[in-house]
Ligand binder design. Sequence first.
Ligand code: ADP
Ligand code: TYD
Length: 199
Amino acid sequence: MFISFEGIDGSGKSTQARRLAAALAETGAETLLTREPGGSEGAEEIRRLLVEGRGERWSPETELLLFTAARRDHVERLIRPALARGAHVVTDRFADSTRVYQGLARADLRTLVEELHRLTIGIEPDLTLLIDIDPATALARGQARGGVEDRFETLGLDFQRRLRAGFLALAAENPARFRTIDGSGSADEVAARVLAALP
Ligand code: ADP
Ligand code: TYD
């Protein structure tokens, strides 16, 4: 299975991706936990160009190309080989993040995003778990964490509200692939909802 976690910044995706990967690994199946942007050596280098520095460092179009280049490397080097061996791959973000962040929230590049995906990536997860949460709660969690990767979080609450609406719209458009998980409450409570949503 190829499973992606999606959601706004600070929604608790990384926590839940880690927990699900641990639960799958306990069944004895080979399981890879990975993330985007990043996940392979080259993609992690591109990640640093994207997440550090000023919010207006890249134009929306350049940003889209960098995220897509990182994803191509991640898919080539890590995801496809792992799926070909029969491993489970759990990724913290995948192409839906690009659809929402670059396609809708940063600029209206939805058509370009879909075309680039079709031409250069071409795969979708079997299952996408959208961790849905109130943006104010998520922003508070993200700010409490601190660190240098603040380029996106500094875009603020209104931006996070647009992202949330974008993710919910994508889930509604793709009901066969998406499961929307209530991200409120403790990490244990959310993890139980994630397990209950698995096919
Ligand atoms: P994301 O990957 O979506 O940004 P994280 O999993 O990194 O989210 O969570 C953001 C912060 O909130 C982290 O400090 C994490 O420990 C904390 N956190 C995660 N899940 C919960 C939860 N259910 N309740 C409270 N805090 C949480
Ligand atoms: P991530 O490390 O998942 O951040 P967080 O833990 O705060 O959710 O991702 C870094 C940022 O990159 C995040 O704000 C989302 C953004 N992003 C895009 O804008 N487009 C993309 O395609 C991806 C994968 C991430």
